[in-house]
Design a binder for this molecule. Sequence first.
Ligand SMILES: Cc1ncc(COP(=O)(O)O)c(C=O)c1O
Length: 371
Amino acid sequence: MLEKYGHGGDLRSASELFGKNVDELLDYSSNMNPLGPPKSFKQAIEDYWQHIVHYPDPVQRELVAAIADKHKLKQESIVVGNGAAELIDLIVRQLQPAKAALLIPSFVEYEQAIVKAGCEPIYIETSEQLGFIPTLEQLQQVHASKRPDLYMLGYPNNPTGTLIPMEYILYLLDEGATVVIDEAFIDFHLEEEQLTMMQWLERYDRLFVIRSMTKFYSIPGIRLGYMAGDERTIRALKQLQVPWSVNSLAQRLGCIAFSESEFADQTKAWLAEEIPWMKDAIEQLHLKPYATVTNYMLVGIGEHYDINSKQLQQLMGARGILIRDAATFRGLSDRYIRLAIKSRKSNHMMLGALADVLKDYRKDERNVTKS
Ligand SMILES: Cc1ncc(COP(=O)(O)O)c(C=O)c1O
């Protein structure tokens, strides 16, 4: 399977699995901004070689100042990490909750971090019928009966692309819960400023907000993310971190990223246009796209085709196109795949291959029970 090491975007595993060169593959299994990386990053990388003779700034002064400025936060409330993944792991290790709640389906690293820290996961099931969003009553019930010490929530959630309503998160915080919000994909949203939970950090000292630079700037190979929250916890958490975990190139690119406002505006505008187009195109293939607010889409294989997600991934892979088998997410069956949203040209290529594969698996319409 493609997700041998737990994630999409693993080109080396894909190359071994499908017998293709890495550069022949079109990757719809991980979700990078097709407009990125910003052009300014190229020059920064070319200039960088002179700096590799020095250790990186161990406390990332310039980058922390830029992050504090962007979110109007105190520098002491910020920690920079080797990708959001490092921070997901660190915050759970620092807080050492006995029980931590997470939505299913959600990003696999939440559960891994919880289990690795010896903590008990509390699953909050979401359903297709309710758009993969839990109800407030459900959260109230979990909170009252299980009393999780921590909630880990993707905002937007992965793989569903949905946003849990802000009032639900505020309800948990008002109840005194500790909540970690993963905003790895929030920067793609036109209303990022209004939606971000960063605005509540001053009010709630049990709220932690994680950001990733990976997706929006298309730099998964660089590893850069940050988290903001209560100063004392952040200070203690830094003690758990490996020294120099954020290399100097990552720090440099992070600083440049914050000045790329045109790139940010273009990205948000591109995606706002591409989501409805993609949804429409998927519907035309008689598949079932679920509503998303970000640059990937959960897709149900539905009732029209006699094929499962693993077979579909295999047949698409043989055509050089990688898709995510969503059955690898707890709570989803082999009737779901996750597709990135990329440039119109790539989307056409991916959809063309999908149509080609699916045509051999179309059910006789008399056997279709639901549409
Ligand atoms: C929801 C979510 N959070 C965090 C991450 C990790 O991001 P990073 O590359 O910054 O470690 C991912 C990566 O796929 C993700 O999907």
